[in-house]
Design a protein around this ligand. Sequence first.
Ligand code: GRG
Length: 330
Amino acid sequence: MDTAPLLSLPNLSDDLARLEPELREAVRSGDPFLDEVTTHLIAAGGKRLRPCLALASATLGRRRATTEDLLGAVAVELVHLASLYHDDVMDDALVRRNVDSVNARWGNLVAIVAGDFLLARSAEIAASLGTEIAGLLANTLGQLCQGQVTEVHGAFSTARTEGEYLRTIEGKTAALMSTSCRIGALTGGLERPEVDVLTRFGRCFGMLFQLRDDILDVVASEEELGKPAGQDLAEGIYTLPVLLALHDPGTGAELRPLLGQPLDQPEREKARAIVAGSGAVARTVSTSRRFVDEAEEAAAAVGDQALGRALGTLARSLLDDIPTAVDLRD
Ligand code: GRG
């Protein structure tokens, strides 16, 4: 996915360029080793999706971002970065943003404490933006942790329900997207109804973003993903396509014996192929369309038409390149 629809708004590309030195400055400690660790993934890039949402919400693309707008965008990206540092420890990941993960390069202890440092800096910045933003970000951090704990706790459980799945992705992904829009709308001084509508857009967009990620994990190739396909399956994270294939009379019986325990490579590929070839992908796309509709509804209610159009296009674009089971059989 790319952020082109938002970047087409006037000022946004310039504001994102101005964000980069602010991000580095925000994590500077004066300790050369800590600075190297905390800037590792900042230097590696990433889409800067959450800052994009915050800056677009703040400025509507109509003016240059203020220092407060930029700091709000920095605060949300730092929480995201910290979550990546910690997530990579939990997953024993080797690569992130096409470079060595922090844990792979410096070990788990450094990755955890450096992640904590990023959170501390984010909290300090949020506090400088006022109690509402500080409270909002702290609450969001709690939601991220809750989503992640629920996911870890439910790993390898074939009893996971669709409702549990949706609640988990709301916590681990949608909450921060929603808060990114909200913080932007707050630093931008928008009226309350506008703040709320952008918050709603961010939540639906985040749900959609994670659903897309989870579909791609079963249908995309290793080259397209930049990581092995079926990784969630291997880790026992049974996402919506997997749960739907499990409860499908056509595929459930074949899939069930493979789940509930760690899989070796051939079994993981077999499970992935069962899910990818089932109707579960198309049904997950249908569920995702509900969030596209909701996101579009929120985008249409945004007072600024250019921003509303850009947000609507961004949300729709997320499902554009997803192959369905019919394409996969070709
Ligand atoms: C320490 C903040 C913190 C949280 C602890 C580890 C954890 C609890 C939560 C993990 C949440 C997590 C990693 C969710 C997945 C979020 C996600 C969709 C990541 C990928 O985002 P992109 O594609 O990445 O925007 P880039 O690299 O482009 O920024």
